[in-house]
Design a protein around this ligand. Sequence first.
Ligand code: HEC
Ligand code: HEC
Length: 356
Amino acid sequence: MRRTAARLVLISLSWAVLIGTQAASIVALSVAPALAVDPMTYIGKPPLGLPAVPVPAGNPLTKPKAELGRALYFDPRLLSIDGSVACASCHSPGLGWSNGAPVAVGVMGQKGGRSAPVIYNTAYEDLLFWDGRSNSLEDQAAGPIQNPIEMGQGEGNLPIVAKRLNALPSYRAWFMKVFNEPATPKNITQAIASYERTILSGNAPIDRFQAGDEKALSAQAQRGWELFKGKANCTTCHVGFNFADGDFHNLGVGMNRKKPDLGRYDVTKKDDDKGKFRTMTIREITESGPYMHDGSVATLEEVVELYDRGGDKNPNLDKQIVPLHLTKAEKADLVALLKEGFKGEELTIVFPELPK
Ligand code: HEC
Ligand code: HEC
């Protein structure tokens, strides 16, 4: 799989490794390379191809709040029980805002059962998680902090996290400045959600192509785009500006396991929902493998094979997932589209200096 670490110019590999282990070594960088975009400038002005970012009435999006959220997002010291894990450990900008591994790894090296999804463009999603069990970024952010195998604080312990933040004078002062009150369970999640609302992926070749620039895609990728919308049937589900329908479908991935992950069923308890997972965006797809909820599909070539064979058989297979009978050349065209079409503009990720 290709990882273009250079895209996110300020990420060094060593930092991506360090974030999981040695909080103290996190350094602040501030050089802004030409052409890369500071996501903070997306506030009120999303990139080409994306509509205005929806913002909940109770949590207006401001730059100072997003900057505080950025510090929290990258800070493993206080949010995780043993100081080893930050949001960025599993959703790292250097690894396509995921973690480059099939499943997530949290405190004390514990492995979860699902792949860490990307967090860019989550601002637009109505339902979050592979099974849609959360309905806002604010609500979502409280989850991993308390989750025993992610950041490990334990259920109901957000007040303890707030207390630890307030014990650091510069965090306390920062919360006072942004919220007019010290850190609370509520404003911690509001700040983090605000930062996430700045992480957008747009202005990709596919956006420029759709806006009329015919040179934005190679001839092969253009053939792939015709297949994506036509014979290969991808736009049935990967549709709209984020190439995702916000709905849940069963492709059969992982359903042959002894105890399969039942996905959406765990939330709704409807038999119909067994093995359904949320359609994930195709944006930045080259960066975020391995693919699917269980990280079981390693490459985009294998993704195309999965769809070509009509998914994996199981009683609840989506009716729209049928064998595609793509030729070898068509598969290559589709893969070319996935590889060159969906990479958004480069982001400059400024590492925050962590408050003392
Ligand atoms: C130990 C790894 C780990 C850590 C740490 C972690 N996450 Fe996650 N995150 C995951 C996994 C795994 C999922 C998917 C879980 C599921 O669908 O059941 C997820 C899902 C999400 C989603 C939903 C994305 C979508 O498209 O549905 C968001 C947003 C998110 N995390 C943000 C955060 C934030 C903010 C933090 C820090 C407060 C954080 N995560 C910490 C592993 C992690
Ligand atoms: C019936 C709806 C549907 C159709 C049609 C569909 N997809 Fe998907 N796609 C999904 C769902 C749902 C997932 C997540 C499934 C899972 O994890 O079990 C997904 C996941 C993916 C992923 C992995 C995303 C990630 O972050 O892991 C890629 C890549 C992908 N699809 C590409 C395609 C392509 C290419 C086509 C056309 C050949 C296509 N899809 C057709 C619903 C669909």
